[in-house]
Design a binder for this molecule. Structure first.
Ligand code: ADP
Ligand code: MG
Length: 288
């Protein structure tokens, strides 16, 4: 389903965040991408749908060459790829249900479908089903900013489900959560992915989580793929190779890369429904 070949990303300041990475992910497979902070995980995920433009290499999604896709085709590819980010990006001022309806952004162009008061019954029912699957349906009418971190990330999972993606890219989906909320989110993510036969590429920096959830673990270090094993085969030497850095991880290091290359400014970021603030304002009046 996903083929990454010789993918390299050099940021404008010269940092080589990805260095000649190859990766194949089959349909229905769930892969953990494991690596220390700064190893290139977020950069890799973002290059898959060209939220970041790679410097060289190729990505093929379902037989389609992403690097050469025109705008319309790229939109279609992005519609098929659901994203879940470390920094939980809901639209705070609107209801949970509306946030889930935003999952249709790339599928249904009618703005009224993105908000609970104006969406069709069918869309709202579907959004409620998505919320039920991740057990936050009880909060459907609440403003998103009134939820805990774990609940918010579950809403983000529901929004991802609403999109009906084929591939899910999850970038450290539980890094901002306490361990218990994190486990809940991981359990739910893995469950819905399996139930729907989705393909998952999930980055993590914690070895224990990777072992618990990843049947297949791909390791990145300094932008290079250094490991591709099943969790059972993982040796201490493998894991040491991922983490024995000269310096400790810098917690202030940027974890969400921001591309500063003007050439790769992207017109559509499906992970950011907040780009419709005007409509959010409309809803504020009607819904709340
Ligand atoms: P991870 O997600 O594994 O923590 P990243 O993909 O965020 O790693 O970063 C990989 C490397 O690229 C790091 O050295 C990081 O500092 C660097 N980096 C990330 N974003 C940028 C940027 N916009 N400009 C320059 N360097 C960046
Ligand atoms: Mg990251």
């Amino acid at each position: 389903m996903l083929q990454v070949r010789a993918l390299t990303k050099r940021y404008p300041d010269g940092t080589v965040a990805l260095d000649d990475v190859d990766l194949d992910v089959s349909r229905g497979e769930a892969v953990v991408l494991l690596g220390a902070n700064g190893s290139g995980k977020s950069t890799l995920l973002r290059c898959v749908t060209r939220l970041l433009e790679p410097t060289s290499g190729s990505v093929t999604f379902d037989g389609r060459e992403v690097m050469h896709a025109e705008a319309a085709e790229l939109r279609d590819i992005r519609r098929r790829v659901g994203v879940v980010f470390q920094h939980i990006n809901l639209v705070d001022q609107v209801s949970v249900l509306s946030n889930v309806l935003h999952g249709q952004l790339g599928r249904d162009g009618r703005a009224r479908q993105w908000f609970a008061p104006t969406a069709t019954r069918e869309a709202r029912d579907r959004a409620m089903t998505c919320l039920q699957r991740v057990r936050v349906d009880a909060f459907a009418g609440r403003r998103a900013d009134q939820l805990s971190g774990g609940q918010r990330q579950r809403v983000a999972l529901a929004r991802m489900l609403m999109q009906e993606p084929e591939l899910v890219l999850a970038d450290e989906p539980v890094a901002a959560l306490d361990p218990r909320a994190g486990r809940e989110v991981m359990d739910l993510l893995w469950r819905v992915v399996e139930e729907d036969g989705l393909t998952l590429l999930c980055t993590l920096h914690q070895l224990d989580l990777a072992r618990n959830y990843g049947r297949r673990i791909v390791g990145l270090r300094d932008g290079r793929k250094v490991l591709d094993r099943t969790a059972d085969e993982l040796t201490e030497r493998d894991t040491a190779a991922l983490y024995d850095h000269d310096e400790p991880d810098d917690p202030d290091e940027p974890t969400e890369p921001v591309d500063r290359e003007p050439s790769s400014r992207v017109e559509q970021r499906p992970d950011q429904p907040a780009r419709v603030p005007d409509l959010a304002a409309v809803e504020r009046e009607r819904d709340l």
